[in-house]
Design a protein around this ligand. Structure first.
Ligand code: THG
Length: 295
């Protein structure tokens, strides 16, 4: 399959009240911090249920320190009022940092509450390819002038063939642009990253999906990078290898572990070799800042 997208690189512009972040195939990789998410964190869930949001403050600082460009905020705690909790978390994160936010929920009312609490241009995470999900979420994205992460799966099953993911990606882009008036630049496709421990071919399918989405549609992409090493030993080394591989396949951002220097530095190094960091200026500046801090 040869590529057909031949336009200028598409830029997805995200904003907080005071700061702008741009995703693009000609831009430095966008690191979205995954940590403000109670999934699999029992203690955090209990704290949130009890109204204690103090862990969020630590998670914000650790990720900002680590080099995050955007923070993902997910408040999916069973048996809570998720719209209320997510709106309060977003308000709190905006008081702690000026990084733009990725609003992460599968509940439409929670996305709506989160968007209402947000000041800026958010990244909404996420919508799938089913008509009813697109009809529920895309008007919200349009109304709030946000960008959207879209997953090429439907009916709760994740297609294991790249062809199927490409078909659903084409559908999402067609519906979002033609029926809801959303700009192609504001559609960020998640090519679906799965645990390598469950199926040894899963990353090959994801990389093929990335290359074809880049070549055929030119849109920006993101994915949950930590999913790939789930259940494996030494997740940091796997993450530090997987992300640069994904970047060469066209991934332009990831929801990822931004607290681990090994992983963040691998991404920054790949930006240098992909000529996304002109003359390595950011790489060199970061090195100098580190040397100054230790002196
Ligand atoms: N695509 C999109 N959004 C997503 C995902 C995706 N949002 C959620 C998730 N997947 C990405 N976020 C995370 C957050 C944490 C972890 C993985 C993905 C993680 N947590 C530890 C673990 O599972 O071992 C548990 C927490 C802890 O104890 O530290 O790895 O794919 N669009």
């Amino acid at each position: 399959m040869t590529g057909s997208y031949s336009g200028e690189p598409l830029h997805t512009v995200l904003r907080s009240a005071t700061r702008e972040v741009v995703l693009g195939h000609d831009q430095r990789f966008c690191l979205i911090g995954e940590r403000i998410n109670p999934t699999g964190r029992r203690i955090f869930q209990d704290q949130l249920r009890a109204g204690d949001m103090s862990a969020i403050e630590r998670d914000v600082h650790a990720q900002v320190e680590g080099g995050a460009d955007v923070l993902d905020v997910n408040m999916g705690v069973p048996l809570t009022d998720e719209p209320d909790l997510l709106a309060r978390a977003i308000t709190m994160v905006q008081e702690l940092t000026d990084l733009p936010i990725c609003i992460d929920s599968s509940v439409v009312e929670a996305l709506e509450a989160g968007l209402s609490a947000y000041r800026g241009r958010a990244l909404v995470n996420s919508v799938t390819a089913e008509d009813d999900r697109l009809a529920a979420i895309l008007p919200l994205v349009k109304k709030h002038d946000a960008a959207i992460i879209a997953l090429p799966n439907d009916h709760d099953e994740i297609p294991m063939e790249a062809d199927k993911r490409l078909d659903l990606t084409a559908k999402i882009i067609r519906v979002a642009t033609e029926e809801y008036g959303i700009a192609r630049a504001d559609i960020v496709i998640d090519p679906l990253a799965m645990p390598i421990g469950a199926d040894t071919t899963t990353s090959l399918v994801t990389f093929e999906t990335m290359r074809r989405i880049r070549d055929e549609h030119g849109v920006n992409m993101t994915c949950g990078a930590s999913n790939t090493s789930f259940g494996m030993p030494d997740r940091h080394t796997l993450g530090a290898a997987w992300l640069p591989m994904a970047m060469t396949a066209g991934l332009t951002s990831a929801i990822m572990d931004t607290r681990t220097p090994q992983i963040v530095e691998a991404v920054k190094a790949a930006d240098v070799f992909l000529d996304h960091d002109e003359w390595g200026m950011s790489w060199i500046a970061a090195h100098r800042a580190k040397a100054t801090a230790t002196a």
